[in-house]
Write a protein that binds this ligand. Structure first.
Ligand SMILES: *Cc1c(COP(=O)(O)O)cnc(C)c1O
Length: 411
């Protein structure tokens, strides 16, 4: 019997230990981990530098409240702005992705007050996209355009409007005088590894300028090196200048930490900076940006940059593409995504499914039995999310398991 609230339909697997791209269960069986805590353990399990940074910081100072400054917090904010965005702005630290998105949504609400519509009424509506995933808090859940996430939680927080992904005409039609922002994952993770097109991002940028809207990016899953560039949008349409950006999953390499960025862009004739509208007292978090979390994130971002994991991500992506394409396997419809946020879309009628399982879940279960951990993205896509420093040999080994498993599924 379990005392855990049954919110997760978890796999029947108890994990006890991890090292690099590998996990071990309580029976001593090892698995190649191409789930990485869902794109979270970006530099692998128990990376020596990360373990060392956390241990040292834990013995020095874990927490002291945001009433005070710490070097770790200031350094991390500087790296995020100067190295990862390269456009002036400010950073707020939170503890989870949903919380960072709530902060971005609050920033949009403030912006709507600072820049009301032609009737003098504050704007508040944020447009999000079908199959998006932005989190499970009341705010981020309402931002998520998926019915199954909303089910049984009415009434939802008002102020969101959902538009089909990659549909510019529908987006244009949805903009009205309450609209204040457009929020998008450049590559949707949970929703099926769906890439926004460069054309779509370019048009969103233009629409935001035309209608004075905030361009809000959710980089929680696709950001911080996952796609082979510093952020997901840069692997699609690098010219984009986002107003706000949220990060979480890969930031702490497994230690809980999240953040959002707000640009310093001038928003009116008096020279008001966008970042200044989140003024003292407007937002907060007790744990957000504590020195322990920041020490972890500093180590992760340093490792990503100094070891040039961007190049490794691109090389391993190529390796996967080349190998999988050569199989000409009838179960695979196509490979989607960028870098090491890859989705294998399954041709549903080619495999025989047990009662109640989606094709993606069935494949995931079979792979697990064969020693490879992955995660579904929607009903028909299997996600591959190895750590950014996964080796060529580990990818070769994982692909061998994948091929063997796919071959066994064909009727
Ligand atoms: C996981 C995820 C979130 C939510 O993050 P939590 O840390 O689980 O709150 C939000 N947006 C995207 C794109 C995600 O992948």
């Amino acid at each position: 019997m379990s005392y855990l609230l049954p919110t997760y339909a978890n796999f029947p697997l108890t994990i006890v230990r991890g090292k690099g791209a590998r996990l071990w269960d309580d029976e001593g069986k090892s698995y190649l981990d191409f789930c990485s805590g869902i794109a979270t353990c970006s530099i692998g399990h128990c990376h020596p530098a990360l373990t060392e940074a956390i241990s040292t910081q834990a013995a020095t100072l874990m927490h002291c409240s945001n009433l005070y400054l710490t070097e770790q917090k200031q350094d991390l904010a500087q790296i995020l702005v100067e190295d990862f965005v390269k456009t002036p702005g400010k950073i707020f630290f939170a503890n989870s992705g949903a919380e960072a998105n709530d902060g971005m949504i609050k920033t949009a609400r403030r912006f709507g007050h600072a820049k009301p519509n032609q009737h003098g009424t504050p704007r508040y509506e944020v447009i999000t996209f079908s199959n998006s995933f932005h989190g499970r808090t009341l705010g981020s859940m309402a931002a998520t355009a998926q019915h199954k996430v909303h089910e049984g939680f009415d009434p939802l927080l008002p102020g969101f409007c959902y538009v089909p992904f990659n549909d510019i005409e529908a987006l244009k039609a949805a903009i009205n005088d309450t609209t204040v922002g457009i929020m998008i994952e450049p590559i949707q993770g949970e929703g099926g590894v769906n890439e926004a097109s460069a054309h779509f991002l370019k048009n969103i940028d233009a629409l935001c300028k035309e209608h004075d809207l905030l361009l809000m990016l959710d980089e929680i899953q696709c950001g911080l090196g996952r796609t082979g560039t510093r952020n997901g949008w840069q692997s699609i349409y690098p010219e984009l200048k986002p107003d706000t950006i949220s990060w979480a999953k890969g930031l702490g390499g497994g230690f809980p930490v999240a953040s959002f960025y707000v640009s310093d862009r001038i928003i009116d004739h008096t020279g008001t900076e966008l970042s200044s509208i989140m003024s003292a007292g407007s937002h907060g978090s007790t744990y957000g940006g504590n020195p322990l979390a920041c020490a972890a994130a500093l180590t992760v971002l340093k490792e990503i940059q100094t070891s040039d994991l961007f190049a490794n991500v691109t090389d391993r992506e190529q390796q996967i593409h080349t190998t999988v394409r050569a199989w000409e396997n009838s179960v695979i419809k196509k490979i989607k995504g960028k870098g090491l946020l890859l989705g294998i879309e399954i041709e549903a009628d080619t495999i025989k499914l047990p009662q109640g399982a989606t094709p993606a879940l069935h494949l995931c279960n079979q792979l697990m039995a064969n020693g490879l951990l992955t995660v579904p993205a929607g009903p028909e896509t299997l996600r591959l999310l190895p750590p950014l420093n996964v080796t060529e040999a580990e990818v070769t080994e994982a692909l061998k398991i994948l091929k063997k498993t796919l071959d066994s599924l064909v009727e």
